[in-house]
Design a protein around this ligand. Structure first.
Ligand SMILES: Cc1cc2nc3c(=O)[nH]c(=O)nc-3n(C[C@H](O)[C@H](O)[C@H](O)COP(=O)(O)O)c2cc1C
Length: 169
């Protein structure tokens, strides 16, 4: 898939078939995330691969917008590591870049995914820490629900001419 077309056609996919995502493909997806830009190339990320049905089913109980995980065979929690970051403030930015890379790689590989927001909601951060035993220096930023697509989402046109400013506001 051409990268530019991939960017324009990526959509959130919240319904999946029962087919599981092979481990090698999971590694390829995470490899794409690990190639994201980060502040001073600090690469301050960790990826928690979730394929335990009990854990996947537990998350919607503590997160109001994560019901799709009950169908997904895979979730990946993207976490920032305070001890690896340039400064703490950059962690969400670095992890957001990694999340977008992951979503685009999913799309390129013919899978479907949706970004489930964790940061900056304290209750969700704490719920992820509790459920997955994350150390206190690890900040869960986003959770990506992944599977083989069980729905199609049409390409949309989001180009807004008025949002472009030239040489100042
Ligand atoms: C920071 C962030 C948090 C999000 N959180 C959720 C979420 O918790 N649950 C969900 O279903 N979608 C979530 N989304 C996905 C958005 O709803 C989706 O990207 C947006 O509606 C645009 O649709 P598209 O992804 O199909 O282009 C989130 C997206 C971002 C960037």
């Amino acid at each position: 898939m051409d990268l530019y077309q991939g960017i324009l056609t990526r959509r959130s996919i919240r319904k999946y078939t029962s087919k599981t995502v092979p481990d090698e493909l999971v590694r390829e997806l995470i490899n794409a995330a690990m190639h994201a830009p980060s502040a001073r190339n600090s690469q301050p990320w960790h990826f928690v691969v979730l394929d335990d049905r009990k854990i996947l089913n537990q998350i919607p109980k503590v997160h109001p917008n994560a019901k799709m995980l009950e169908q997904a065979s895979l979730g990946i929690l993207l976490c920032g590591d305070e001890d690896l970051a340039l400064t703490k403030e950059y962690l969400p930015l670095d992890l957001a870049a990694a999340t977008q890379n992951l979503l685009l790689a999913v799309h390129a590989k013919g899978l479907g995914a949706v970004w489930i927001g964790i940061y900056p909601r304290e209750a969700r951060i704490e719920a992820m820490r509790d459920l997955l035993n994350l150390p206190s220096t690890i900040l869960p930023v986003s959770l990506v629900s992944i599977g083989f697509p069980g729905e199609e989402a049409p390409k949309v046109d989001r180009f807004i001419e008025e949002r472009i400013h030239k040489n100042g506001w």
